[in-house]
Design a binder for this molecule. Structure first.
Ligand SMILES: C[S@@+](CC[C@H](N)C(=O)[O-])C[C@H]1O[C@@H](n2cnc3c(N)ncnc32)[C@H](O)[C@@H]1O
Length: 226
């Protein structure tokens, strides 16, 4: 398995996906706190001044933090897909959200950020759609750039079971890592396994919510660096 090829296939997939994404205006009054994820996004915005969203996609969750957080001053979204970043920037500009910026970058971009430079990190459905060698780099960098007592909010898709893996024709390319049409769609770790990778962090909250009807629950983990 060539990790470079797998990585490029994944970025191309998301680049094509975000090409189709609509532009619209989002404002504070549109936001409702419906799930544990919304509650934790609000928590991050209320507790942190500088928040980074790693693998931000179209950036809507980061915009939610920027719009409803009482304390947040600056937000940075990072994504390797050029169309994700341009779409996120377009939505933020249309919505007149001033304290937010989006940049194109992969896991290596994080290495350019200073130690302890963020008191909030958000990472949703990114660590579980890349090969383990990439998520290892990202987790290491997250633990370096987060300030002591800073918060890390993680969102993972539901855990796949063998029936679903077969039904979706997923292919296991390395231990617990599954592709669909050559694109990594699941690094199938349990919540406890993910938590154990974040050394020197305390669990603040673990929760679940239904992303869409009929699907198993997605998982939310809120950690605090010691
Ligand atoms: C499943 S989407 C999640 C997007 C968003 N965080 C969300 O929860 O809706 C995965 C995102 O990771 C980005 N991505 C994939 N590989 C990446 C890499 N090596 N470095 C940075 N971003 C990457 C993709 O471009 C895509 O936007």
């Amino acid at each position: 398995m060539d990790i470079k090829e797998i990585k490029q296939a994944s970025i191309k997939f998301w680049d094509d996906y975000f090409k189709q994404y609509p532009t619209f205006k989002i404002q504070k009054s549109d936001i409702t706190i419906d799930t544990v994820l919304d509650e934790c996004l609000k928590f991050l915005g209320d507790q942190c001044e500088n928040v980074i969203d790693i693998g931000c996609g179209e950036g809507l969750c980061l915009m939610e933090i920027a719009l409803i957080g009482d304390k947040v001053k600056s937000c940075l979204g990072v994504d390797a897909a050029e169309t994700a970043v341009s779409k996120a920037s377009e939505i933020a500009t249309t919505s007149e959200i001033k304290n937010i910026k989006f940049v194109q970058g992969d896991e290596n971009y994080l290495k350019s950020l200073p130690d302890s430079s963020f008191d909030g990190i958000f990472c949703s459905n990114f660590l579980d759609v890349v090969p383990a060698s990439i998520s290892e780099v990202v987790i290491k960098e997250m633990l370096r750039i987060i300030k002591p007592k800073g918060f890390i909010l993680l969102k993972f898709n539901f855990v796949l079971n063998p029936e679903l893996i077969e039904k979706l024709h997923m292919v296991e390319i390395e231990k617990n890592t599954y592709t669909m049409n050559g694109v990594v769609r699941a690094m199938n770790r349990s919540t406890e396994e993910w938590v154990s990778l974040f050394i020197d962090c305390d669990v603040v909250r673990i929760g679940e919510f239904a992303r869409a009807p009929g699907l198993p629950n997605d998982r939310v983990i809120l950690l605090q660096k010691k």
